[in-house]
Design a protein around this ligand. Structure first.
Ligand SMILES: [Zn+2]
Length: 253
């Protein structure tokens, strides 16, 4: 039997995607070369990682210092009961290898902080924020702005989700324009609750924004907030305006 070369295997594997005129072989090559960092392998990170891996993103970094718990198994779709007690990054890496051995994966069993963010994120062009606290969100926003990265961020609570895409290589408002300071209370899925499918929708939308940014196709979502409610099935896109009081002087004109 004729041995299928790696190249023709990939042609077959990604055929349904690269047959699309807006993607093609050149687009698929861009996806193979892309470098994407995912911060947080939780409810958002799991579907995000899955769809990026299945799309063929060639270089993935995953940052998380949590271990799998029983309460994660209702929505964190990379994990099963036998993974309880294991680091989320290790289980995720194993899962991705099953999807494609070619994906170059780096894992960081860390909580992102001021001291480690540069070392972790410097080699990635696109950073995805799927963290669950404002301290990390502000830190990631400020780092991406300073280092001109693309930031695809999402937040979910109860039945509501928001997705942002900030391309800091261009003039754009930032996350602090939308949320100048931490609210008094953190939104918390432990106490507030979260609809399982909402995490899937938001993580998939983040993956969609990442792929669009890699390929530079579709409607530009930069500087917009996508807001949706899982019960109304309503999506709204709102242009985010620069907040004149934004501490970070985010539009570097
Ligand atoms: Zn700003």
């Amino acid at each position: 039997m004729k041995k299928i070369s790696i190249k023709s295997e990939d042609l077959q594997k990604y055929s349904r995607q690269l047959i699309l005129r807006k993607i093609g072989i050149s687009g698929q090559k861009k996806i193979f070369k892309a470098k994407v960092l995912i911060i947080g392998a939780g409810g958002l990170g799991c579907p995000l990682i899955l769809y990026l891996a299945y799309s063929g993103v060639g270089n993935l970094g995953i940052v998380d210092n949590d271990k799998v718990e029983l309460s994660n198994l209702s929505r964190q779709v990379l994990f099963t009961k036998k993974d309880i007690g294991k680091f989320k990054v290790s289980v995720s890496k194993k899962f991705i290898k099953k999807i494609s051995k070619k994906i170059n994966i780096k894992t960081f069993t860390k909580k992102i902080d001021r001291k480690n963010i540069h070392r972790i994120a410097k080699n990635y062009d696109i950073v995805c924020d799927g963290t669950d606290n404002f301290e990390s969100r502000f830190l990631i926003n400020d780092y991406c702005m300073k280092n001109k990265k693309i930031l695809v961020s999402s937040a979910i609570n109860k039945f509501d989700g928001q997705v942002f895409n900030f391309d800091f290589r261009r003039k754009t408002p930032c996350f602090r324009c939308f949320m100048p300071k931490s609210p008094n209370e953190e939104l918390n899925c432990e106490s507030d609750g979260i609809m399982t499918t909402l995490a899937g929708i938001a993580g998939s939308l983040q993956a969609n924004e990442v792929i669009k940014s890699i390929l530079n196709i579709g409607k530009n979502s930069h500087g917009n907030i996508m807001i949706f409610n899982a019960l109304d099935s309503k999506f709204r896109k709102i242009k985010l305006l620069r907040n004149a009081n934004c501490k970070r002087n985010c539009i570097y004109a």
